[in-house]
Design a binder for this molecule. Structure first.
Ligand code: NAD
Length: 351
């Protein structure tokens, strides 16, 4: 066994119903007296509950998916104007993404309070969009100093978003098994992440007001994001990045639809990963394990349902082949990626 692995430094406070207390302790530890709260209008009620009585000097609520550069600029101006010493983000990946855009140029530490399973809070990856082109980068200044997980904040996330976002987390795990910097440590995290998400997601549906399933899913989502941050983007993430950028598709749902197709595409050439994914699902094969979970939770199936045009498939396939990792287990060609995207577009069985 031979590998180089880097672990990112970050504190995690995980306690259901305790987000406010966890945040208070964290701001205390950081000596914060002038926090900036970033939370979109839809998360206002949650955010006010989490920050009640804490030293927040400004609440910024202009949150837009994929962080347009002008939205980032306005948030940076607010941070400067109010001389903030900590950024508190309460929301999903879009909210964390805006906090990262402010931290990228200011170095102000972030305390992230996630309300979806996207996992941006555990990565040092930032993303911004200008003129419909998304740029991403890696910078340790954007890694939140602390993550506060509270499963009770997930109760208001609509079921269909819980499922799509949870499958986005599962995709981090699966892709980490063959991404460019895959190693035994992030594989171990990914396998435990799959086990937890496979347990948690059906439980969210079975018990709409319960915390147990949400705790498992959040725990799995964190492991997924740590694995992904370490392993980098594999074929699955490259495909979703191309599709999201070209056709402005919703992030979590795109991941949810594409995942079974990439799994079926890669497992014949990655037997060890396939065996470990299968055992994490408690299933005979990786493909069957994912299919069983997807049936159980009524997962999204077709890209056409989210607005992807069929005549965009060939152009997307060419861009995917350009972007695909060179050492992907199965060789990538315009023909086989076109077949994969056609099946994902139609909602056909993965081939
Ligand atoms: P999102 O943050 O846009 O949230 C989706 C919707 O859910 C929004 O309408 C939001 O208001 C609502 N919502 C969120 N939490 C809620 C709650 N608890 N209750 C009710 N409604 C709630 O979507 P997302 O999928 O979390 O994040 C997607 C973005 O994150 C994309 O831009 C993606 O590129 C980015 N991302 C980045 C990384 C990274 O490492 N940098 C990782 C994952 C995702």
């Amino acid at each position: 066994m031979r590998f180089n692995h880097e672990t990112l430094g970050q504190r995690v406070r995980f306690a259901s119903g305790q987000a406010r207390e966890s945040l208070a302790a964290e701001l205390d530890l950081l000596g914060s007296a002038r926090a900036m709260l970033i939370a979109g209008t839809e998360e206002r009620e949650l955010a006010e509950r989490v920050t009640a009585g804490l030293p927040v000097v400004v609440h910024h609520d202009e949150v837009v998916m994929h962080v347009p550069t002008d939205v980032a600029r306005r948030a940076r101006e607010v941070a400067t104007e109010h001389q903030v010493d900590v950024i508190v983000s309460v929301g999903g990946g879009s909210t964390t993404g805006l906090a990262k855009a402010v931290a990228l140029t200011s170095g102000i530490p972030i305390v992230a309070v996630p309300t979806t399973y996207a996992g941006s809070e555990a990565t040092n990856v930032w993303g911004m969009t200008e003129s419909a082109k998304k740029t991403t980068g890696v910078d340790d200044r954007v890694l939140p100093r602390t993550v506060i997980y509270d499963a009770s904040l997930m109760l208001s996330l609509p079921q269909h978003l819980s499922i799509a976002s949870g499958l986005n987390a599962l995709a981090h795990c699966v892709d980490s098994m063959w991404a460019p910097r895959a190693d035994p440590i992030n594989a171990a995290l990914a396998v435990e992440g799959i086990r937890a998400l496979n347990l948690g997601l059906p439980a969210i549906l079975d018990d709409p007001s319960g915390l147990d399933g949400r705790e498992q899913a959040l725990y799995g989502a964190y492991l997924a994001a740590v694995a992904f941050a370490s392993a980098g983007s594999g074929l699955h993430h490259k495909i979703c990045h191309v599709l999201g950028g070209m056709f402005d598709l919703p992030h979590a749902q795109t991941h949810a639809v594409v995942l079974p197709h990439v799994l079926a595409f890669n497992v014949p050439a990655a037997p060890e990963a396939a065996e470990r994914i299968a055992s994490a699902f408690g299933s005979a094969t990786a493909v069957a394990g994912l299919a069983t979970l997807r049936d159980r939770i009524d997962a999204p199936t077709a890209l056409r349902d989210y607005g992807m045009p069929e005549d965009g498939i060939e152009q997307a396939a060419r861009a995917v082949v350009e972007a695909a990792p060179k050492d992907n287990p199965t060789d990538v060609t315009v023909e086989n990626i076109t077949t994969l995207l056609q099946a994902a577009w139609e909602g056909a069985e993965p081939r």
